[in-house]
Structures are given as structure tokens and as C-alpha cells.
Design a protein around this ligand. Structure first.
Ligand SMILES: Nc1ncnc2c1ncn2[C@@H]1O[C@H](COP(=O)(O)OP(=O)(O)OP(=O)(O)O)[C@@H](O)[C@H]1O
Length: 275
């Protein structure tokens, strides 16, 4: 297949940031927002959000309902373009390039920044066609190897390799979500956005997705919205805490956020005093 991390049409310089990491390498910023304000009509959903998301790490976004977590995710791959009343001010820099620049093609952007949603949403098509869709929508043909690679990457191959022509809708909820992850990774993205990907699943299926996220981050950057504080603590390297009004209150290593946050509002939120 012709996709891959060598296609740098959207990619400019990379930015070095801090020091902590999974495997000894220094952090590199893959996405940076600067002074990001987002409005729906007159209502402001995000307020002056500046953050640097490290590459090949899991960053969790937590905070009470309505604080703008999903809005933030949708800014990164410009899904908010599809909301007429939505206005975005400020910069969203993906590997050095502002994704809101006029010369950025949102479809190409979404190949590099894939998304998985709360409710598994496979197409009413075969398992194979669900996986190849992400490539074909970009005008690329997909081989059997591409299908196998994506399904293996989503820890689903062993369960479905003898039924690739069956409907994706016949799979269990957890398998459907892993199929959606396979669809997202088929075009070989850099970043995978996940909006509460386990909240519609039973605990066993959710645990498989958590294990999968741990494996995916060897190759991809994962940004996950979750309401499940234990999940954020278990799977993420960094945690960003948003609070009502769309303010990013604190962003730090997950251990620091959960054990020793700077802001008392974060402690109150985490200990369940509000939100
Ligand atoms: N399409 C839309 N049109 C108008 N307002 C919207 C739209 N989407 C979100 N909002 C508003 O923007 C604010 C932030 O919503 P958002 O869904 O980003 O929050 P959230 O933190 O992800 O919430 P939740 O945890 O409940 O999913 C809310 O006040 C919400 O009502």
C-alpha cells in the first residue's frame, strides 16, 4: 500500500518537549494547541486551551460532562467543520502545521488523525470492506495484507480471519469496536482519537480495548476521552483535566494528576467532590 509515515504532506518540523516517557526517549510533541477558543454560536465551549500532546503516548482527557473534551478532540481532526455553528479561533498544530490553514485537506488530515467513537459504528458491510473503507475513501486500493495488518493491529485477526466476508454487524460489541479501530489504523495514521471507546462495552470487552491501547501506543499517539477515572489512571501517560466552562485546568503526568495535582479543583474533581 502507498500510505505510511513517509507521506509527510501535512508534516513540518517536529518539536522537542520534556523528558518523561515510556521507553527512555525524550517526548516529542505531535499536536500542539495554542490559545484555542471554540464557540457554538454565542456559547463558548473551549477557552484559551494551550497544550502539547506527546507522540506515541496515551493522553487522557478527563473532566465533567459538557466541559469540552469531545469538542477538543473534534478540533484536532477538524470534525467540527461539519458543525455549522462551530467557530474555532487559535492554532491546532499537527507536527508543525496548523491544521486550519487553507491548504490543509481535511480528508488527508483525517487519514493521519483517525477517530474511534463511543458507540461501535461499523458499516453494514463485510469485515473486509469495513477495514478497506479507510483506504478506499482516500482513493487507494487495499490488499489482503493491508486487511490482515489492520486486523492484527486491532487484536481481531485471530477471531475473524475465517469470516472476512461476514457482516461487521454480526460481531459482538467489543469485536465491533476493535473492527472500528482496525478501520482507523488501516490508513496508517499518526494519531488515534478515542471518544469514550469503552463506555458502551462490558468489562471484559473494555479490558481488551485497554490492552489494545497499550499495544497501539508503541506505534501511534492515542488521545482518549474517558469518564472513567480508573481507566485514565491505568492506561494514560499524561492527563489533561478540563473543567466547566471549557478551561484546561491542569495537564501533567498521569501519576502527578492523580496523586499530587497542583490545582485544588483537580483534586476535588478526582476525589468526587464535584463533577
Ligand atoms: N454541535 C453542537 N452544537 C451546539 N453546542 C454544542 C455542540 N456540541 C457540543 N456543544 C456544547 O459544547 C459544550 C461542550 O460539549 P462537549 O460535548 O465537547 O463536552 P464533553 O466534555 O465532551 O461532554 P460529555 O462528557 O458529556 O461528552 C457543551 O455545552 C455542549 O452542549
Amino acid at each position: 500500500m502507498s500510505t505510511g509515515k513517509t507521506d509527510d504532506s501535512l508534516i513540518m518540523t517536529e518539536v522537542q518537549t520534556g523528558e518523561s516517557d515510556r521507553d527512555g526517549r525524550p517526548d516529542r510533541t505531535v499536536i500542539e494547541t495554542r490559545d484555542l477558543d471554540v464557540y457554538y454560536g454565542e456559547d463558548q465551549a473551549l477557552r484559551d486551551v494551550s497544550i502539547e500532546i506527546p507522540e506515541e503516548k496515551v493522553t487522557a482527557l478527563i473532566g465533567p460532562s459538557g466541559c469540552g473534551k469531545s469538542t477538543f478532540l473534534r478540533c484536532i481532526n477538524r470534525m467540527n467543520d461539519q458543525v455549522d455553528v462551530c467557530r474555532v479561533d487559535g492554532d491546532v498544530i499537527f507536527k508543525g502545521k496548523n491544521v486550519y490553514d487553507d491548504d490543509v485537506d481535511p480528508v488527508a488530515l483525517r487519514r493521519k488523525v483517525g477517530q474511534v467513537f463511543q458507540k461501535p459504528n461499523p458499516f453494514p458491510k463485510s469485515i473486509r470492506d469495513n477495514v478497506t473503507y479507510g483506504l478506499e475513501v482516500q482513493g487507494q486500493s487495499a490488499t489482503d495484507e493491508d486487511v490482515e495488518r489492520a486486523l492484527r493491529g486491532a487484536a481481531l485477526w485471530d477471531e475473524v480471519n475465517d469470516q472476512l466476508d461476514s457482516s461487521g454487524l454480526d460481531l459482538s460489541g467489543g469485536q465491533q469496536q476493535r473492527l472500528c479501530i482496525a478501520r482507523a489504523i488501516a490508513p496508517d495514521p499518526e494519531v488515534i482519537l478515542m471518544d469514550e471507546p469503552t463506555s458502551a462495552l462490558d468489562p471484559v470487552a473494555a479490558s481488551k480495548i485497554e490492552d489494545l491501547i497499550d499495544a497501539l501506543v508503541e506505534e501511534y499517539t492515542v488521545i482518549i476521552v474517558t469518564h472513567n477515572m480508573q481507566q485514565a489512571a491505568r492506561i494514560s501517560d499524561k492527563t489533561a483535566v478540563f473543567l466547566t466552562g471549557g478551561e484546561l485546568v491542569e495537564f501533567d503526568d498521569t501519576a502527578t494528576i492523580f496523586e499530587n495535582p497542583d490545582d485544588s479543583r483537580v483534586e476535588d474533581y478526582i476525589t468526587g467532590k464535584f463533577g
